[in-house]
Design a protein around this ligand. Structure first.
Ligand code: AMP
Ligand code: MG
Length: 332
């Protein structure tokens, strides 16, 4: 009986903090090459700081698994097994991201494809040297790319890369997974009312106290006559935005995006900015890139057929800016 009373008291002091006792805290740190910002509501600073710290640590661990930039990540170790005729068992985190990536690759018939890394590396070189690659080099890189050359075995959670010199790039989806996982940590630490933002990838937990959701502004496209920013309200869902505002290369008057069409091997030349709302960040992030490659028509069909997903596309066509929204899209 006494134990019950103590438990009840503990519950009232820890679990049932009234909404007006909660304060807003913001923490920011560079992770995965971008500023990661955590906004959360907590009863006190100590709890808030510890929760944010644990979330950042989780993201750091994910980076050591999923990054293609650092040499010794699990992703790059897997890539080095390519063409050696063996399937490599992978961690739960890498499995989840590769499984989602492969599902999207199948659904988009390779418009979204994380085996695109050799072409992305070529694009990075193009950007440094300001010179388009030769046809031979492009053909050589394309030979190493293709989701059909990546085999996933769900029974053993292992991956086989069938062709030598394959590389993987999770830049289109890993940040979405990381913001989801940061939220999971914050929730486990008693801070379910939180928002995690990593440049264009944002995941929202429970709304701020007394509000319907987190208000998130989506920046305007940096094109002449682009429509103004829009605001969406998020709760227990995510938004991801993809575009070539900062990352592009201009050669011979043509602007090439850092998002590549794996079928041609070069960056998209149509200006397009895609925002996707989805139940979780990994899905939103994967879809924003997939829709960018597919274009408005096929991209919207993909979004409409994905439960809980909505999209807004801003694109430049024949010099004019057009906006297209899916049926479930809601913004102010
Ligand atoms: P995001 O900003 O989410 O659209 O991701 C862009 C990043 O995804 C690029 O910087 C590349 O690392 C990678 N990427 C480029 N093209 C593709 C593609 N077609 N499929 C999958 N990943 C891609
Ligand atoms: Mg993406």
């Amino acid at each position: 009986m006494r134990l019950l009373v103590i438990l009840a008291l503990l519950w009232s002091s820890v679990g049932c903090v009234s909404a007006d006792e909660l304060r807003r805290f913001v923490y920011e740190r560079a992770e995965m090459g971008v500023p990661f910002r955590i906004t959360l509501y907590a009863a006190g600073e100590e709890l808030a700081r510890a929760a944010a710290e644990a979330a950042f640590e989780r993201v750091e661990v994910l980076n050591s698994i999923l990054s293609d930039y650092e040499n010794d990540t699990e992703l790059n170790r897997l890539a080095r097994s390519s063409g050696k005729g063996k399937a490599v068992p992978v961690s739960t985190d890498l499995w989840r991201v590769l499984e989602a990536s492969q599902a999207l690759a199948v659904k988009t018939e390779g418009a979204f494809d994380v085996t695109v890394a050799p072409l992305v590396n070529l694009w990075r070189r193009t950007r440094r040297q300001q010179e388009l690659p030769s046809a031979e080099l492009l053909a050589e890189m394309r030979r190493r790319v293709g989701y059909h050359q990546m085999r996933l075995d769900p029974a053993t959670r292992s991956i086989e890369l069938l062709t030598a010199e394959m590389r993987l790039d999770l830049g289109a989806i890993a940040k979405g997974y990381a913001v989801d996982e940061a939220l999971v940590v914050l929730k486990a630490r008693g801070c379910p009312a939180a928002l995690v933002a990593a440049s264009g990838d944002i995941a929202a937990g429970d709304p701020p106290p007394g509000q319907a959701g987190w208000r998130v502004q989506i920046a305007a496209m940096d094109a002449p006559n682009a429509p103004p920013p829009v605001t969406i309200t998020l709760a227990n869902s995510a938004v991801a935005t993809s575009g070539d505002t900062f990352q592009f290369v201009q050669i011979g008057g043509v602007r090439y995006s850092h998002i590549l069409d794996p079928r041609t091997g070069v960056g998209l030349t149509e200006r397009i900015m895609v925002s996707v709302v989805a139940p979780y960040g990994m899905l939103a992030d994967g879809l924003d890139t997939a829709v960018s490659v597919l274009g408005a028509e096929r991209g919207l069909a993909l979004v409409e057929s994905t439960p809980g997903a909505a999209a807004r596309i801003v694109q430049v066509r024949e010099g004019k800016v057009e906006v297209v929204e899916s049926t479930r899209w809601k913004s102010e």
